[in-house]
Design a protein around this ligand. Structure first.
Ligand code: SF4
Length: 261
């Protein structure tokens, strides 16, 4: 059976995030209780109402966080966007998930697996929330390390310079973009990526990059939806990288509004 891109992403990395999230949900109420109980012993000597005030503030913050964490957990399990507002979604993507993954880093979990978890979660959320968009509003964003290191032409400024020798995935991706009618850009780093996005203003980006660049790029671009596809690095980082072009094509199939260019 051929799995959908969303299913593949979920299997790829959400497990670690789910595990960390479940651990935080168990430990966090205990920490919140301790954060209230320890100072409240002293506070009662200052004023008898102060422990109650502290309980209101700490309890309120803890409840809000547990609510957000529970929504996140249910979103991960069901694959649906269950966030009730952009505010909650923003807090979750910008702070909650990076916070949980930061905790995973402290617990010495593998950094790349943590970033994969974040990318898989983001992809799931984007797919669940986004309605298909016209092809002209979609952009494929590629890192220049996909191009062969010994390729004599510079394609970052003009993709038309590609000589179509077929030694790297750029040729296939140019063909794919033309076939689907979507925009395509090759960038050398985060600064150029931000500039291209600001100039072309797409409604959806399908970005290819390493885990680290995708994780930071997704956060930088928020609330602009980005679906991340990690590259393959058989020769090490940043040189002659590869990507599963068929996977990029499946994402476009899924997200493009058919019949509208
Ligand atoms: S396909 Fe294009 S970009 Fe890739 S190596 Fe050949 S000429 Fe260079």
């Amino acid at each position: 059976m051929i799995s959908s891109p969303s299913a593949r992403d979920s299997k790829g990395g959400n497990g670690l995030l789910l595990l960390l999230l479940a651990a935080v949900l168990v430990v966090f109420p205990l920490l919140a209780y301790l954060a209230w109980y320890l100072p409240s012993v002293g506070l009662v000597h200052i004023h008898p109402l102060l422990p109650w005030l502290a309980a209101l503030i700490i309890g309120g913050a803890a409840l809000f966080l547990c609510f957000g964490l529970t929504l996140l957990l249910l979103t991960l399990v069901t694959g649906r966007d269950l966030f009730l507002s952009d505010f909650l979604r923003r807090i979750t993507v910008k702070y909650l998930v990076p916070g949980i993954l930061g905790l995973g880093h402290l617990l010495r979990c593998d950094r790349e697996r943590l970033q994969q978890s974040f990318i898989a979660f983001n992809n799931q959320l984007v797919r669940a929330a986004l309605q298909p968009v016209p092809a002209r509003e979609v952009m494929i964003l590629l890192p220049h390390c996909l191009q062969r290191a010994d390729c004599p032409v510079r394609i970052t400024e003009d993709l038309g310079r590609c000589r179509r020798c077929g030694r790297c995935a750029v040729m296939e991706l140019i063909d794919l973009a033309q076939r689907k009618g979507v925009d395509l850009a090759v960038v050398t780093g985060g600064t150029l990526a931000r500039k291209v996005i600001a100039q072309r203003r797409p409604k959806l980006i399908v970005a290819v990059a390493c885990e680290r660049d995708l994780a930071s790029g997704i956060r930088d671009a928020w609330p602009l939806p980005v679906i991340g596809v990690t590259n393959e690095r058989p020769e090490g980082p940043c040189v002659n990288t590869r990507v599963d072009v068929a996977r990029v094509a499946r994402i476009l199939e899924e997200q493009i509004l058919s019949g509208i260019p």
